[in-house]
Ligand binder design. Structure first.
Ligand SMILES: Nc1ncnc2c1ncn2[C@@H]1O[C@H](COP(=O)(O)OP(=O)(O)O)[C@@H](O)[C@H]1O
Ligand SMILES: [Mg+2]
Length: 357
């Protein structure tokens, strides 16, 4: 168990800059999920922590020790991959014991650790089997077991659930979370799946094009996304965005969008009039009502207790609303934007404005 710190970690492959300087501090026992679209640099960052890839600059510090120059074997971290990487000709026991034998641990210690991990994972009855005689979920548990027996300072997970079907993925997700809490091992978990990220992480790192766009708890990220990228990436269905202009209206400022005028708490500073903004509103925060936006609903997806409505504004812009109940309301519908749920971003930079309506 240990803390982890990344200090201004940069990585280029040739002329391609993949990581632009990532800083992160992870507390002892914390579960951090690194989430982002494919190609944003998640695996590269994890591999740099593991020592499988060398950072172009920056430092990796585990438990207060600068491990940047150390080989993977000297870093005391265990990695679980998407493809499990089990040895097909070895039994489950031997797969789990392999790393410990390499390190020359006594036979009794190996037997005890493998047995304990197997019981923890519910695979004690499978120790004599070969990987091909196991289901996908069981193989995933063996891969986890192999990491656990090493009693590492850090667990690193690179999309370990991606090869499982949807139901098993949800089940294994809960198992990993329980196990991680119980063992208290500091962990980095990489995924492109925002639901997985929200449910697993004590905190999330939302990555975008080699930057950490935001580092915060799942709820902080959902309630106060730092920019339009994070706002659109976290949340399903995704947040609606509307272009708006900041205008002066007596003492208060106003946000004008689609013929709608909303008050804005912070009056425009000199020269800010006419500033272009992006308004964000989550589908679940829209409410039926008049005096807001007029939608033409084109499709209703019933989810049982609630319905997702896909509609368009007069100018053709798409809007999604998630409303309670089973609705069959194709056609015109008025929705209102509760001001306490309105997010305001700068249109140019995409950054969140702190002054809220
Ligand atoms: N060994 C490599 N050589 C060249 N480019 C690489 C290498 N590994 C990764 N990349 C590039 O770095 C970027 C980030 O990759 P990766 O970290 O695997 O993303 P992610 O895991 O978020 O999908 C991608 O554009 C990828 O093509
Ligand atoms: Mg990857």
């Amino acid at each position: 168990m240990a803390t982890l710190a990344l200090e201004d970690v940069k990585k280029a492959f040739g002329a391609t800059q993949v990581l632009h300087g990532v800083d992160l501090e992870v507390a002892d026992g914390e579960m951090i999920v690194i989430v982002g679209a494919s190609g944003c640099g998640k695996s590269t960052l994890l591999r740099i922590v593991a020592g499988l890839e060398t950072a172009t600059s920056g430092r990796v510090i585990i438990g207060g020790q600068d491990v940047t120059p150390l080989e993977p074997a000297d870093r005391d971290v265990a990695m679980v991959f998407q493809n499990y990487a089990l040895y097909p000709h070895m039994s489950v026991f031997d797969n789990m014991a392999y790393g410990l034998r390499i390190r020359g641990l006594p036979r009794e210690v190996i037997a005890r650790r493998v047995q304990e991990a197997a019981e923890l994972l519910g695979i004690a009855a499978l120790l004599e089997r070969k990987p091909r005689q196991l289901s996908g979920g069981q193989r995933q548990r063996v891969a986890m077991g192999r990491a656990i027996v090493r009693e590492p300072k850090l667990f690193l997970f690179d999309e370990p659930l991606s090869n499982l079907d949807a139901k098993l993925r949800v089940q294994m997700r809960a198992e990993i979370r329980r196990l991680q809490k119980r063992l208290g091992v500091t962990s980095l978990f990489v995924t492109h799946d925002q639901v997985e990220a929200m449910t697993l992480g004590d905190r999330l790192v939302v990555m975008h094009q080699g930057h950490a766009a935001q580092i915060a708890t799942p709820m902080e990220i959902w309630e106060r996304p730092a920019d339009t990228y994070v706002a659109g990436f976290i949340g399903s269905p995704a947040m609606n965005f509307l272009p708006a202009t900041l205008t002066a209206g007596g003492t208060a400022a106003r946000l004008e969008t689609n013929g709608l005028v909303l008050p804005f708490a912070d009056g425009p500073r000199a020269g800010e009039e006419g500033r272009r903004l992006t308004l964000g509103i989550r589908p679940e925060h829209l409410r039926p009502g008049i005096g807001g936006l007029d939608l033409q609903v084109e499709l209703v997806e019933p989810l049982g207790g609630e319905s997702v409505l896909h509609g368009r504004l007069a100018d053709g812009a798409p809007i999604t609303a998630k409303l309670p109940g089973a609705l069959h309301a194709e056609g015109p519908l008025g929705v209102i934007i509760p001001l306490e749920h309105l997010h305001v971003f700068d249109a140019e930079t995409g950054k969140r404005l702190d002054a809220q309506a």
